[in-house]
Design a protein around this ligand. Sequence first.
Ligand SMILES: Cc1ncc(C[n+]2csc(CCOP(=O)(O)OP(=O)(O)O)c2C)c(N)n1
Ligand SMILES: CC(=O)[C@@H](O)[C@H](O)COP(=O)(O)O
Ligand SMILES: [Mg+2]
Length: 635
Amino acid sequence: MLLSQINDPCDLKKLSVDQLPILAEEVRQFLIEKLSVTGGHLAPNLGVVELTIALHYCYNSPQDKFLFDVGHQAYVHKILTGRMDRFDSLRQYKGLCGFVKRNESEHDVWEAGHSSTSLSAAMGMALARDLKGEDNKVVAIIGDGALTGGMAFEALNHIGHEKKDMMVILNDNEMSIAPNVGAVHNYLTKIRSDRNYLRAKDEVEQLLKKIPAIGGKLAKTVERLKDSLKYLVVSGVLFEELGFKYLGPVDGHDVEGLIEAFTQANNVKGPVLVHVLTTKGKGYTPAEEDSYKWHGVSQPYKIESGQVLKAVGNPTYTDVFGQTLIELGEQDKRIVAVTPAMPGGSGLVKFAERFPDRMIDVGIAEQHAATMCAALAMEGMKPVYAVYSTFMQRAYDQIVHDICRQNANVMFAIDRAGFVGADGETHQGVFDIAFMRHIPNMVLMMPKDENELRHMMKTALEYNNGPIAYRYPRSSVPGVQLDEVLTPIPIGSWETVREGDGPIVIAVGPMIQVAEEAANTLKRDGIYLNIVNARFIKPLDETMLLQLAKYNRQMIVMEEACDAGSLGGAVLEFYAKQGIAGLDISLMGIPDRFIEHGSVKDQLQEVDLTADKLVEKVRSYRAGQKFAFTHKANQ
Ligand SMILES: Cc1ncc(C[n+]2csc(CCOP(=O)(O)OP(=O)(O)O)c2C)c(N)n1
Ligand SMILES: CC(=O)[C@@H](O)[C@H](O)COP(=O)(O)O
Ligand SMILES: [Mg+2]
């Protein structure tokens, strides 16, 4: 086994070029076997096996810097840089991260998780290199999906202007998570697929070489002819016009051809873009045939059949959202769903089948999506901005400047709110309460269960006074009875879900179930929790808050969101503004640090968001030890 000889890239370089395809197959088998147990981003990584081997073969990491865009396709890089033995812990608590991770290896020079940052980072590293007078290579590896991200264009524009020596490898597999979209995608497809186009390109390039350099008036005409011919057929002219030398397209599974291309690129002055054509899921038939499904597998699978061992249990909040949106879409033709490249993850595939012209996938373009929704709303449509909490961070200014300031009647369906588990710190949906609730005109809701989510969706549809958002977790639903008829919930109204003369717990979302579990335990102590569902994070239910203050009992605000600036903060601010002091209020939320990958259960335990901790807090308060525990600060 060649793979067992590879502990770092130096070992790789000891192999002969003709051994590399053998190594590639061993890496492929390793990935298929390991991920059949752990799950992970299988298809993206199967697509970059040869590319990553060739990269490490031609260049010298970590002196030469490899920047993987998104970083979900860096498993091969991790295998080649001494982390093969950690793959049994992939994406598990305190285990190997599923993305590039600086504290794992000196070869991991740039972290991501969110898309389209690699080119900007590469420009920064090239600029620093030149200012320091160093001469290492800077190589960004970006996919065709990530290239639809606005940041990538900002960087291309700047790189092409500055003309720093650097290399961009465009890994073009025609897929984002879903089939890729956009004009650049169409352009790449033309380069990729039109054999005549490519043949014509060679003929024209030969012709261009034959046109002698001549002087005089004719010279300009000939130059213009050459440019227009080049424009017509030479592939990559888009990138050439942006100041890059374009090389390709190159077969991304031919290691020798890749080495040749990377060696050629190495001799180019200025920025060079190597267009590599790959197959997402290469080498594993189920993943090749459906790279959409195999982009990321959360469950184990049977290698032979490709059967994913589905997690049994209730539908997810995403499933309920998708189904309910179809029901509402039937009733109201104004509803338009907009997703930034996540139709599957956001539960919109069936909605798109039912209403093909009312589900818009804009590519990885959260900012564009938000502003487009504002305009849709202002023109009388009912846009649903369906977005993961974490990716919505990209659109903060568009939410403030274009949606809320203009009071556009946009509905936000914020998925993956709270901990997300295996994707870890780059994907946790824990900041959106803090960055949404302070924006004027915003209404922000979170349901305690799937039935309330459906009513919230109806509430949002009937609400015409500006932006309104509902957020829900990545998890399965509790499994409650669904009401047939959906009725709007009065804006700003909380509900008491459990009456009790004991401590008051103001909880939101899945923390309601946690509080109920603690209440059942405490009942045995003769302590009866009063649990309030703070289903409107904005506006608060001020009447309820004033009433609760009168009880003057221990009060705990419990939320799966960052302590700073979320619901707990809002409650404290409210009482302070009312001049109500002396209340025993404590917050149970997420402390001021990033929470790494693992299961959601691991993550909740790490930050004490559990029924046991709530019970402990109440009991110790009763025993006179106020605020019995605080977060393990920066553990
Ligand atoms: C800002 C942002 N939006 C959405 C995503 C979700 N996402 C992760 S990978 C991916 C597709 C990336 O496609 P591509 O760059 O072509 O890589 P491939 O998986 O095809 O190798 C998307 C949309 C993200 N990581 N970041
Ligand atoms: C790499 C990336 O950002 C996506 O693949 C993300 O991992 C999808 O998350 P879900 O699995 O929650 O849809
Ligand atoms: Mg792709």
